[in-house]
Design a protein around this ligand. Sequence first.
Ligand code: ARG
Length: 462
Amino acid sequence: MADPAPSRTWSGRFSEPVDERVKRYTASIPFDWRLAPFDIQGSLAHAAMLHRAGILDATDLADIRRGLAEIRSEIDNGSFAWNLDDEDVHFNIERALTRNIGEAGKRLHTGRSRNDQVATDVRLWLRDAIDRILGILRGARRALVDQAEAHAGTVMPGFTHLQAAQPVTFGHHLMAWQEMLRRDAERLADCRRRVNRLPLGAAALAGTSFPIDREFVARELGFEAVCENSLDAVSDRDFAIEFLAAGALVMTHLSRMSEELVLWMTPRFAFIDLPDRFCTGSSIMPQKKNPDVPELMRGKTGRMNGHLVALLTLMKGQPLAYNKDNQEDKEPLFDAVDTLVDSLALFAELVPGIRVNAAAMRRAAIEGYATATDLADYLVKKGLPFREAHEVVARAVRLAETRGCDLADLPLPDLRSFSTLIAEDVYAVLTLEGSLAARDHLGGTAPAQVRAAVARARAELG
Ligand code: ARG
């Protein structure tokens, strides 16, 4: 009987060609071509190991190396012809290799399966992506630290319930953002450790009867360890889920920051302005300047969360070991990395462009009676129980409100009508600067502490 589908690598046992729609449905080449450089890297390490183990002779190894180098440059210069008939990136490269170098190309797949091959490729690809993301994340943190230093003493209202609460410095606020990204970097670095393990050698699921050397391949590919169970090695996608979880938190943080940027840029707040190149106008309202970049960043958080849920759902019903379901891990992962890279890079560029309206920030802090807690603390230090002090201050705020002035504008006799413990020295604590300076401990908003936090971050960022 003639081979009905000679282009298919596994077609020997099939009696009719695969349905066209099935071919399109099952092919992953439209997206997994992105794995190509890592597929080649993995194949080179595998071939070197086969040769050392005496499974592949020197001529075959040389042919494979030459053939893969040619394919690599064709892919790089865009001349490689991807073929849907060849299903995925692994078959495309293997078949091109066999076309170019003949017999030796067919020997490359000895002791290997696409199951351990794809798991290896995805890990290599993701490791590289994590390293890129960590680099961009570091840039974003540096940008925050620079702005924080410039605004270590710029006062603004800190909020709870989005109501002005106590004075903080803008630098302190930016360093809070920096802490979020710092934890993100820790999480990604930790996730990288579990990404960086070698599945190759698991073959289809049970291992291989060839005398392979997995430790050698791991060293060649820079993996820290070898996946220790062949069934788990081909089916585990925890590493991808962990990455998406860490990525979803990165986007959650960028989204929170974006939300604040959007809010601060409204004329109602007028705390900041963003450079025109990060904004767009309205087609109908000429007066508008919209903060599209932060808005979109907030919006893209939804797709990241979706990718995380997609992979969790993909895995939850899978029996051991490999199932074709796993092919669905790639598009969410690829899009997640693209989204993170673009969002973090734009954020890192946007932060140095934030222009601060210090006068508006100060005005908002004063109007919000942000030093009310300082007055309460003052009374407590003079011996009044905190709950009573709270009540005295509430009455003082009410008076200031009816007069339309700040607490610091109330004359001493008026303040003393609420408590005779109040004396001339109260004005030192009622000022915004006095309030800031008083919070002078690790993690506090005193400008000196913000500068110390900046110094610590700089030392860590190198
Ligand atoms: N394209 C497949 C994937 O992404 C490669 C592995 C296919 N293995 C198999 N036994 N069908 O998962």
